[in-house]
Ligand binder design. Structure first.
Ligand code: HAM
Length: 419
């Protein structure tokens, strides 16, 4: 590697053509699935005011304390590359009064996000999410719809071995009482907890529940469970959601330690886990955020959604066989036919046939080799002699069959073939 060579930034990736084709297949599946569920696509700016994430995601969260790409712009304002999309989509929901037009506003997105995390398998500094957000209903019907979107999509994609973890972290009052009890329980073990859990004891004790440290896990085994602190309404909400999931035949495992890492959640939380992903095994995570819209200056509006990591989905999809193929390769031999090759390629494309032709002035042999390499189905060969007789050669590159066709009828001939 030359000393002068500039390389991409750690934790970012180039998606090259062979790989981007897989992305397109996945993106199409997402758009088709979202159409089935009647969700509208939303696209928000790449950066927002830092305050949106401070207030929305929470000052004590990992994202806000250490992972945001923030800077002061020339106008003196603190701006941030979006590290997640629930807060920006909620901001757009409020700003454009979307709830006035639709009491239940259902949105989805596919977008790039930025977090300064430690890069490793399945964890990047620029990554992509497909996410869904629904505003306006506090009822468990929408919770079950949101969960079933994730399950339907992953089933469609043929992902196996995925398990759904489900919890409710209750509403605000219950959480405050629970936090006090949890701290009371943990206090005698404080010095035995991992350094990050010790820090969270004061700032965000609930997050200790999803620690990865084995010794912490041993300690919290006997901690009080949040379901014992649910209000009656919280319990009814969770039970009704479970019944709806049973009706939809969606299997789940209740995990009372699933609290998630963003501060806006209340009641339902869930994650889809794929064991084949290794340490970063959460393919998708989400939950209810009934206070978020209010926290960023809107009218109280319940919301629920999830986001799935596209890179992680890609890692689980090994069996894509789509080949990047084109319909026709126009092979030209010699300077006399060069213009005709170009004009014909242009006309074929206008007739909706994907077409390639040589621009490196190569020999017929290497043009045909190139045609095979890129998976062209037919080659149209224009040689000097045929050209004088106003003929071209059409070669089926799958079975090798060849025929002469009058140049004036080549377009109608090619469009009549099956591709
Ligand atoms: P999250 O759990 O932070 O939630 O991210 C959701 C998913 O994005 C993860 O399950 C994972 O698949 C993927 N992901 C997160 N960080 C990375 C990374 N550094 N590299 C690769 N993939 C990553 C949220 O972002 C919430 N906004 C989800 C939500 C939507 N909750 C309600 N609505």
């Amino acid at each position: 590697m030359s000393k002068n060579q500039i390389r991409s930034i750690k934790g970012t990736q180039d998606i090259l053509p062979a790989e981007s084709l897989k992305w397109r297949v996945l993106e199409k599946k997402i758009h088709d699935t979202m159409e089935l569920f009647n969700y509208g696509e939303i696209r928000t700016p790449a950066f927002e005011k830092t305050e949106l994430f401070d207030r929305g995601v929470g000052l004590q969260t990992d994202i806000v304390t250490k992972e945001m790409y923030s800077w002061i712009d020339q106008g003196g304002e603190s701006l941030t590359l979006k590290p997640e999309l629930t807060a920006p989509v909620s901001r757009a929901y409020v700003q454009h009064s979307l709830g006035v037009q639709k009491p239940l506003t259902k949105l989805y997105y596919i977008d790039a996000l930025f977090r300064r995390e430690r890069p490793q398998k399945g964890r990047f500094r620029q990554f992509h999410q497909f996410g869904v957000e629904a505003f306006g209903s506090e009822h468990p019907e929408i919770d079950s719809e949101i969960i079933s979107i994730a399950v339907t999509l992953f089933k469609e994609l043929g992902l196996k071995d995925i398990s759904l973890k489900l919890n409710s972290i209750g509403s605000e009052n219950c959480r405050d009482k629970y936090k006090d009890e949890l701290k009371k329980f943990l206090k005698p073990y404080l010095k035995d907890l991992s350094a990050s859990s010790q820090k969270r004891f004061e700032t965000n004790p609930l997050r200790i529940l999803d620690t990865k440290s084995l010794s912490d896990i041993e300690i919290i085994k006997n901690a009080p469970t949040i379901s014992n602190f649910w209000s009656n309404e919280d319990k009814v909400h969770f039970d009704e959601l479970c019944e709806l999931l049973d009706t939809l035949k969606i299997k789940y495992e209740v995990d009372s330690n699933l609290v998630r890492g963003l501060d806006y959640y209340s009641r339902t939380t869930f994650e889809l886990i794929s064991p084949s992903l290794g340490a970063q095994n959460a393919i998708c995570g989400g939950g209810r955020y009934d206070k978020l819209v209010e926290m960023i200056g809107g009218k109280p509006t319940p919301g629920i959604g999830f986001a799935a990591g596209i890179e992680r989905i890609m890692m689980t999809l090994k069996n894509y066989t789509d080949k990047n193929s084109i319909d026709i390769y126009v092979v030209g031999i010699g300077p006399k036919v060069r213009q005709t090759v170009f004009a014909l390629a242009d006309e074929l494309r206008q007739s909706n046939l994907s077409t390639e032709c040589d621009m490196l002035r190569r020999s017929i042999k290497s043009q045909l080799r190139d045609a095979n390499k890129i998976g062209a189905k037919y080659a149209i060969i224009i040689g000097d002699k045929e050209f004088e007789n106003k003929l071209v050669e059409v070669k089926n590159l799958n079975n090798g069959e060849q025929e002469k066709v009058a140049i004036k009828s080549i377009i109608s001939h090619m469009t009549s073939l099956s591709f």
